[in-house]
Design a protein around this ligand. Structure first.
Ligand code: NAG
Ligand code: NAG
Ligand code: NAG
Length: 585
């Protein structure tokens, strides 16, 4: 596991010891590659022929003030509620010092000649050969290989340096120390082909909810379970679905899915695919994650237009070729720069990573970008993860529950997993817990304090989580045995990858209903969820999330009455939420 050094403490130390203006400082250092990534000494990368697109982020001014405004904009009753900002307003509020731009520009001019350099807002982009970037950052990039059957490789470094004069002006440089993004989709049942309706599916459980046959989840089952069966045929607004890792959403599969399983009469619906960061939209191969996400978000959101964002660059490659570039920041910066009319109202993201493997500078900057997207009016739903309270259960050498990023960012709405329907239970592998790096936000302070002081099920595991961290999930939804279509045939899929697009579809219905009546979309949801709308959910009181098997006995959190770190506030009740959404100004 990595230890993230405190950058400012390091900087002070270096400035005292060595005051020469041209001296350089180790700007970021991680102790080792994240669990699962090992140094690959045999793969040789041609460092002249391979290029890296470096993002250099300048220290923002006024971020605290911006965050306060972003929270006001999302808090019903506040004079700023719903006054979503445009990109230029955010850039103006958070612009770096002019001096920061000049210093970085001068440094790049003197240190790197044969590279493409551009500056936009608070980012410099530098495209150069690996050799040139190594010289610039006084470092060596190495090939690391993931210790799984994919044998994916990446080119990263554990330590790099900057001129000491840039300390306080630059706060993140990637790709360097961030190893990448995973998708939250359990592979347990993805390849189980599904028998047709007349086939081997036995209805062993009592069919308590109309449309929920046995353990299979379809849009009709969800329409009854989450009470959106009488929702209007909405057409206003736009729903966005994020895609990474060359996961392609296939339109013919979407059509087949709507024809077989859609609850609403929206069988003619399609979606737009937009490539980001040179991403592409081929008609094959079908991505199971991508198809799951568009099929559920798209069928639930009735006739609302939908865009699938296919973002290229995974920072990893499999087999030959190299791909060094980072996708996540590219995607968020792409969305932030869109005009308001092109932004989605709701965004579904089923990707993430262990928080302990994400460099602090990266997590902080990406979370800040989410805060900006919320302030622009986008409701962001993110899967909570599929490992309960952790797998390795070590954080910085300490035995501890582990958490996920961006699930633990306080500026997103994090969706945990449930299973079964009479009653609905916490799904044992659903992610939940307390961030080790982000503090608890005010909007959940009272709710989480109440759980901490009244819940008796967590006392035995108190030593394994930091109770002052941002707690998640915020809400939850079904996560097992979703029927999807991929490459023309039905399969079943599990994971909180199912929960995020399900809730995204439901929140898009709410956003569309508001827009159709002349109101703004809900934007960043959490202050509204924990207050105005907290009773718009069915409280999940059964089941437990687990994890840390063989490391911490009795690890996990139980679903109990009220909010809990297994299922959050509970699962959505559309009609109840609609009443709150239409009565909120
Ligand atoms: C819903 O609206 C869409 C777009 O206007 C339309 O094509 C479709 O026929 C409508 N469906 C129903 C059931 O009214
Ligand atoms: C617990 O989390 C808070 C908020 O993120 C942080 O300030 C504090 O250092 C953490 N404590 C420990 C022991 O990790
Ligand atoms: C959060 O809760 C704690 C404990 O009840 C309280 O002391 C603190 O003032 C609260 N913070 C905010 C911002 O409400």
């Amino acid at each position: 596991m990595r230890v993230f050094k405190n950058l400012s403490a390091l900087a002070v130390l270096v400035c005292v010891c060595d005051a020469r203006p041209t001296s350089s400082v180790v700007f970021e250092k991680v102790e080792s590659s994240p669990a699962g990534w090992v140094l690959d000494k045999t793969t040789k990368v041609d460092k002249d022929a391979t290029s890296i697109t470096l993002k250099i982020h300048l220290v923002n001014q006024g971020m605290d003030k911006f965050h306060k405004l972003a929270m006001d904009i999302a808090t019903p009753g506040n004079a700023q509620y719903g006054n979503h900002l445009d990109h230029e307003q955010i850039l103006a509020m958070t612009a770096p010092k002019a001096e920061s731009v000049t210093l970085v520009n001068d440094w790049l001019k003197s240190e790197i000649s044969n590279a493409k350099v551009s500056v936009k807002g608070d980012y410099f982009t530098v495209e150069g050969s690996v050799n040139a970037i190594e010289k610039l950052l006084k470092t060596k990039y190495s090939t690391f290989e993931v210790n799984e059957e994919t044998k994916a490789k990446t080119l990263r470094t554990l330590e790099y340096s900057l001129p000491s004069a840039l300390v306080g002006h630059v706060d993140m440089i990637q790709p360097t120390t961030y190893f990448g993004v995973k998708q939250f989709r359990s592979t347990i049942s993805e390849h189980h082909a599904i028998e047709d309706e007349a086939g081997a599916f036995h209805t062993d459980a009592v069919q308590a909810v109309t449309g929920c046959t046995g353990t299979r989840i379809t849009p009709t089952c969800l329409a009854n379970l989450y009470n959106f069966k009488n929702a209007k045929n909405e057409t206003a607004g736009l729903l966005g679905v994020a895609g990474f890792l060359e996961e392609y959403a296939i339109k013919t599969d979407f059509t087949t899915f709507l024809n077989s399983y859609a609850y609403f009469s929206n069988k003619a619906k399609s979606f737009t695919c937009t490539g980001v960061n040179a991403g592409t939209c081929p008609t094959s191969p079908a991505g199971v994650e991508a198809n799951l996400d568009v099929q559920y978000a798209g069928s639930i959101s009735s006739s609302v237009p939908m865009t699938y964002y296919s973002t290229a660059g995974r920072g990893q490659w499999v087999g030959s070729g190299t791909n060094t570039n980072e996708p996540y920041l590219e995607f968020l910066n792409y969305l932030l720069a869109l005009p308001a009319a092109s932004l989605p109202n709701t965004l579904s993201i089923s990707y993430g990573d262990d928080e302990a493997t994400v460099p602090l500078s990266y997590a902080t900057n990406a979370c800040n970008l989410f805060s900006q997207l919320g302030a622009r009016g986008v409701s962001i739903l993110i899967s909570s993860g599929d490992s309960g309270v952790g797998t390795t259960c070590k954080v910085n050498g300490k035995t501890s529950f582990t958490t996920n990023f961006p699930a633990a960012c306080p500026w997103v709405t994090t969706v945990g997993g449930t299973t079964g329907n009479s009653p609905e239970n916490a799904w044992s592998s659903g992610g939940g817990g307390f961030s080790e790096i982000f503090g608890r936000p005010d909007y959940q302070n009272a709710t989480v304090n109440n759980w901490l002081s009244t819940d008796t099920t967590h006392t035995a595991v108190n030593n394994y989580f930091n109770a002052s961290g941002r707690a998640y999930p915020d809400i939850s939804a079904q996560a097992t045995n979703f029927v999807i279509i991929a490459s023309g045939s039905a399969q079943s899929v599990s994971g909180t990858s199912c929960s995020a697009p399900t809730t995204a579809g439901i929140f898009q219905l709410l956003n569309s209903a508001r827009i159709a009546s002349g109101k703004k979309g809900l934007g960043f949801l959490n202050p509204w969820l924990y207050n105005t709308a907290s009773t718009g959910f069915t409280d999940i009181k059964n089941g437990k999330i687990g994890g840390c098997s063989g490391v911490i006995s009795g690890a996990g959190f139980s679903a109990v009455t009220g909010w809990d770190p297994a299922t959050g506030l509970g699962t959505p009740n559309y009609e109840a939420l609609l009443a709150f959404a239409t009565s909120t100004a």
